[in-house]
Design a protein around this ligand. Structure first.
Ligand code: FMN
Length: 276
């Protein structure tokens, strides 16, 4: 089985699925993962369900449309979290950990934040007034070919591209970029942040290291459509934090989350990690 770091490096958004139903043992594993989600760094635990599309169509009469961006998916993960300022961060964190486990099981997934019918998922999740559905993901066997839309270059981004390390990680302030040292375990964890998926591939994470603290900031991009329902760039930050933490866990490095804006720059502050 792949390590976390390996799974993070091989994961790609899968938009075309094999129509073959998932084997029972995999369905069991997926359900187990969804039933025990990790709590986010802000203390909230989202809840998730596995949806079998043909069943949901029959029982609840929902269409589960993805506006043509996803082909042939028979299963979707739906989820929701209590609304508050950082709910999307906790949601991104929790679902990305599940997505990395699914990648280790060689299953395909794709974060979907803009191109799905939220109403259908509200019905299936029976959400309350205080809950929000930031994103969903299909899950299934990858099809051999990319989708027609991908082959025609009609997806929103080229997902394989990532910015260089120095564009995201800094020491003491934003004027002082870090250069990647492959021997440094903390740099290895940051490299996993660099590989993270993000909405429209905007890679909005910026990290400033000062002493033994890693401060995470969000560089807002006005072109990422934040619907009134959700803040997709905060989901991106949650995903990045999950990669960072998985990097630490795999290398047996310790530390803890800490919330206090160090006022090191003008960017939107999210959270800090104190390395021990
Ligand atoms: C929060 C979030 C929302 C996303 N929403 C969509 C979406 O609505 N439709 C889509 O096709 N891809 C969506 N994506 C996938 C990104 O386009 C993709 O992750 C990015 O381009 C990087 O490519 P990769 O996942 O193959 O590494 C989303 C990704 C994230 C993290």
């Amino acid at each position: 089985m792949l390590s976390f770091a390996e799974a993070i490096k091989v994961r790609r958004s899968i938009r075309n699925y094999d129509q073959k139903p998932l084997e029972d043992n995999l369905l069991l594993k997926i359900n187990l993962l969804l039933q025990s989600p990790t709590k986010g760094p802000f203390g909230n635990t989202p809840r998730f369900i596995l949806i079998e599309k043909p069943e949901a169509r029959k029982k609840e009469k929902v269409k589960l449309g993805t506006y043509g961006f996803i082909s042939n998916a028979a299963y979707f993960i739906g989820g929701c979290v209590e609304k508050f300022e950082f709910s999307e961060v906790d949601y991104g964190y929790s679902l990305e950990r599940i997505i990395i486990e699914l990648t280790r099981l060689e299953l395909g997934t794709c974060w979907i934040g803009g191109t799905f019918k939220r109403k259908d998922y509200e019905i299936l999740l029976k959400t309350t007034q205080t809950e929000t559905i930031p994103c969903i993901s299909p899950v299934g066997y990858k099809a051999k070919k990319k989708s027609l839309r991908e082959r025609l270059g009609l997806t929103l981004t080229d997902g394989s591209k990532r910015n260089p390390f120095e564009m995201h990680f800094f020491e003491n302030n934003l004027e002082n970029p870090m250069s990647f040292n492959p021997e440094d375990k903390y740099h290895q964890a940051l490299e996993l942040v660099r590989r993270a998926p993000s909405a429209v591939n905007k890679q909005p994470w910026r990290v400033i290291k000062k002493d033994n603290k890693y401060h995470f900031f969000l560089l807002r991009d006005k072109n990422v459509g934040n619907t009134k329902n959700t803040d997709l760039q905060k989901v991106d930050l949650g995903i990045a934090l999950a990669h960072f933490k998985l990097g630490f866990e795999e290398q047996f490095l310790n530390g803890k989350w800490h919330i206090k804006n160090p006022e090191l720059c003008e960017l939107e502050y999210i959270i800090s990690w104190i390395a021990e």
